[in-house]
Design a protein around this ligand. Structure first.
Ligand SMILES: Cc1cc2nc3c(=O)[nH]c(=O)nc-3n(C[C@H](O)[C@H](O)[C@H](O)COP(=O)(O)O)c2cc1C
Length: 371
């Protein structure tokens, strides 16, 4: 309520990236003290379905913060106390980099959407490790890794391996981002031959590090684009299964501008970049349902794209998502969004007669894949 009536109107007066930085600073400052974080956690934390087991990890609820919001891991701990079951930091690259020139983040309020071409602005993997060392969040932590811009696509494997080797000991899972539209050629890594080389090398390094450190290897997930053709999605599922990946995060932002309500002038003023939020919802849901069917339920699908409410999250779960994430929903709905979605999910599950969340996962995959 406070967010709708006061905070959002104020934040939306600022340029989008300034508002984002302001929110990061407020969260980092406001929730830096243990006592304040504990107070926030009492208000926002939820465990509506008991502990959820996914790829060997325990989640207190299925709602996560998607990559890109906290690229440098500075507020992961504070955000966790706002009721998220997991937080994915990054995308982090091996080399620190400034990203694309500003402005690079735009709002389309009529569409409840954002367009961004941030281009992986981040302080690099070494800095992320330094930041997270004493500030691990009190929930499952994912670290999302991507390719440094200065590295040619042919040398991408070594660049990802360098990031993985630096961050692996702090992560509960690692997400491999091959789907951002804002790093030239990155999405070519989704091609089966390139993807097999990348995921295979990461899984091998994962096994080597685990046996050296005498612990189980980490769950690895790959994050895909919503703009894949059916054939491409099928090949990605094959590669993920062959390389022992635990799951697929679906989806990243889209380059499509189809079906927007905002005027063509407003849309073209944003320029190039990835579109997120409400216009992505149906497309991401369909991708989740297809991936669920193609993988015959043997991969965990993390559903992301256009989630603002419990009904949106429920749709993703019914399509086959074992977990969900959001970014744009946090910008439009405010800091209570994870709590509200968790409360709403419990209510919907009860109303529809499901005894557990797992029973609902994929229950409408056939229908939603064909939608
Ligand atoms: C400003 C912005 C920056 C993002 N940066 C990243 C990123 O660094 N890595 C990544 O994997 N996804 C990134 N994303 C994509 C989100 O994680 C998510 O996949 C996408 O926005 C769809 O979810 P949403 O509709 O809930 O926002 C970014 C999204 C936005 C809006």
């Amino acid at each position: 309520m406070l967010y709708d009536s006061l905070l959002r109107p104020l934040l939306f007066r600022l340029p989008p990236e300034t508002a984002h930085e302001f929110a990061l600073r407020t969260l980092s400052f406001g929730l830096s003290a243990d006592s304040l974080r504990r107070a926030a956690a009492r208000r926002f934390s939820r465990e509506p379905f008991g502990v959820l087991e996914r790829f060997g990890l325990k989640f207190r609820n299925p709602v996560g913060l998607a990559a890109g919001f906290d690229k440098n891991g500075t507020i992961a701990r504070g955000v966790a106390s706002l009721g998220f079951g997991f937080v994915e930091v990054g995308t982090v690259t091996h080399h620190a980099q400034p990203g694309n020139p500003r402005p690079r983040l735009f709002r389309l309020p009529q569409d409840r959407a954002l367009v961004n071409r941030a281009g992986f602005n981040n302080d690099g993997a070494v800095a992320l490790v330094e930041t997270l060392r004493d500030r691990r969040p009190d929930c499952v932590l994912g670290i999302n890794i991507g390719k440094s811009r200065s590295v040619e696509i042919e040398d991408a494997v070594d660049d990802y391996l360098a990031s993985f080797t630096l961050v692996h000991h702090l992560a509960d899972y690692v997400a491999v981002n091959v789907s951002s539209p804002n790093t030239p050629h990155l999405r070519e890594l989704q091609r089966a031959d390139r993807l097999a080389a990348l995921l295979g090398a990461l899984q091998q390094r994962n096994g080597e590090l685990a046996s050296k450190e005498m612990r189980p290897s980490l769950p690895l997930l790959v994050k895909v684009s919503p703009d894949l053709h059916a054939g491409e999605a099928e090949l990605i599922v094959d590669v993920a299964l062959q390389t022992g990946f635990a799951g697929i995060i679906a989806t990243n932002t889209t380059t499509s501008r189809a079906g927007l309500r905002s005027s063509p002038e407003t849309v073209s003023a944003c320029g190039e970049g990835g579109l997120s939020g409400a216009p992505l919802r149906a497309r991401a849901t369909q991708m989740i349902a297809s991936l669920r069917r193609l993988s015959r339920s043997s991969l965990v699908i993390v559903g992301v794209g256009g989630i603002f409410s419990a009904a949106d999250a429920w749709e993703k779960i019914c399509a086959g998502a074992g977990l969900v994430q959001l970014y744009t929903g946090l910008v439009y709905e405010g800091f209570g969004v994870a709590r509200d979605i968790n409360d709403g999910l419990a209510e919907i599950a009860r109303r529809e007669g499901f005894r557990s969340l797992d029973e609902a996962v994929g229950c409408r995959a056939d229908q939603l894949a064909a939608a």
